[in-house]
Write a protein that binds this ligand. Structure first.
Ligand code: UDP
Length: 324
C-alpha cells in the first residue's frame, strides 16, 4: 500500500483527492496548516498539522509515514488578490514549494503531482489550449505556477525527481455524497457565489465585465468537476510509478461556457431568479480559457465524467447542506 502525502489535503481539491485515493487503495496522509483548509473535510484520514515552509516538520512527517509520493494543493489561488499582493503569492506558491522539493530530494522521495493552472497560458493564441500552447501568464498567480513548472523540469534533470504538472481549468462542483465541497473564505469563485445568491445568502451576483470579445460579452471558462480532477491525479501518479517519467497535462472538459450562460443554467437548476448586476472587469482575467485535453485522454485514459449541469447540481446540493 503506497503512502501519499497530500499537502493542502484539507482544502477543496485536496480533500476530494484524499477521499478518492483512499477509495482506490492508497494510504493518503494529509499535511495542512489549516490556514484555508477544513479539518472536517478530512476527518477520517491521518492528519499532520504543519507548514510547507518548515523543513524539519516535513522531514518528520516523511519519515513517520514512509511517504512514497507527494501531491501539492497548498497554493493561494485568487487571481485578483495575486495582482494586489504578489509578494504573498511568490512566498507561498514558489518559495515554499522550493523548500518542499529540496526536502523531497534530501529524503529520496521521487514522485510529485503538482496542481498547476490554465493561468500559466495567459491569453490564448488558439481556440483550445493544449500542452504545446505558449505559456505567457498575465497575472502573478499564473507566474507563480509557471515558475514551479520550470523548477520541476530542472529538478528532474538534476536530481531525477519525477513530477506531473496538472493544469486545471475551472475546478468546480462537489462530491456526490454532499459531505465535502468548495468552501473558501472569502469566496471568489463564480459557481459558489452564484449558488449562494440562489440560496439567499447574497443579495446578488456581480458579472465582472460584459464587454469582452466573446459572443455575449462575458468571459468564457471551461468548468471541470473536482472528482474528475481527483481521478486525474491518481492516473498521473500511477503513470509515474509505472513509467518513471515527468509529464504535464491540461485538464478541462473542452467546452467553454460564458458567465451569462452559467448564470442561466444555475437559475434553471435552482429555480431561483436571483439578481445579477454588471460590474467592471476584474484585473487579470483572460476573455476565454478552454482546454484541449486530448493528451490526458490519450496518455492517461482520462475523460471528464461530469458535465456543467452535474457540476452545478452537485455544487447546489453541497451549498444547501454544507457543514463547513
Ligand atoms: N466572475 C464573475 N463574478 C464573480 C466571480 C467570478 O463574473 O463574482 C467571473 C470571472 O471574472 C471569470 C469567471 O467568472 O471570468 C470565472 O471566475 P472564477 O474566479 O470562478 O475562476 P477563474 O477563471 O478566475 O479561475
Amino acid at each position: 500500500m503506497k503512502n501519499i502525502l497530500v499537502i493542502g489535503g484539507a482544502g477543496y481539491i485536496g480533500s476530494h483527492t484524499v477521499k478518492m485515493l483512499a477509495q482506490k487503495g492508497y494510504n493518503p496522509v494529509v499535511f495542512d496548516n489549516l490556514s484555508k483548509g477544513h479539518r472536517e473535510a478530512v476527518a477520517n484520514y491521518p492528519f499532520e498539522l504543519g507548514d510547507l515552509g518548515d523543513k524539519a516538520r516535513l522531514a518528520e512527517v516523511f519519515k513517520k509515514h514512509q511517504i512514497d509520493a507527494v501531491m501539492h494543493f497548498a497554493a493561494f489561488i485568487e487571481v485578483g488578490e495575486s495582482v494586489k499582493e504578489p509578494s504573498k503569492y511568490y512566498h507561498n506558491n514558489v518559495a515554499k514549494v522550493l523548500n518542499l522539493l529540496d526536502a523531497m530530494v534530501e529524503h529520496g522521495i521521487k514522485y510529485f503531482v503538482f496542481s498547476s493552472t490554465a493561468a500559466t497560458f495567459g491569453e490564448p493564441v488558439k481556440e483550445k489550449i493544449d500542452e504545446t500552447h505558449p505559456q505567457n501568464p498575465i497575472n502573478p498567480y499564473g507566474n507563480t505556477k509557471l515558475m514551479v513548472e520550470k523548477m520541476l523540469a530542472d529538478f528532474d534533470t538534476a536530481y531525477g525527481l519525477k513530477a506531473t504538472a496538472l493544469r486545471y481549468f475551472n475546478a468546480s462542483g462537489a462530491d456526490d455524497s454532499g459531505d465535502i465541497g468548495e468552501s473558501h473564505t472569502p469566496e471568489t469563485h463564480l459557481i459558489p457565489i452564484v449558488l449562494q445568491a440562489a440560496a439567499g445568502k447574497r443579495p446578488c451576483i456581480k458579472m465582472f465585465g460584459n464587454d469582452y470579445p466573446t459572443p455575449d460579452g462575458t468571459c468564457i471558462r471551461d468548468y471541470v468537476h473536482v472528482n474528475d480532477l481527483a481521478r486525474a491525479h491518481i492516473l498521473a501518479l500511477e503513470k509515474m510509478f509505472k513509467d518513471n517519467v515527468s509529464e504535464r497535462f491540461n485538464l478541462g472538459s473542452g467546452n467553454g461556457f460564458s458567465v451569462a450562460e452559467l448564470v442561466k443554467e444555475a437559475k434553471r437548476i435552482t429555480g431561483v431568479d436571483f439578481k445579477v448586476e454588471v460590474a467592471p472587469r476584474r484585473a487579470g482575467d483572460p476573455a476565454v480559457l478552454v482546454a484541449d485535453s486530448a493528451k490526458a485522454q490519450k496518455v492517461l485514459g482520462w475523460k471528464p465524467e461530469y458535465n456543467l449541469t452535474r457540476i452545478i447540481e452537485t455544487a447546489w446540493n453541497w451549498e444547501q447542506h454544507r457543514k463547513f
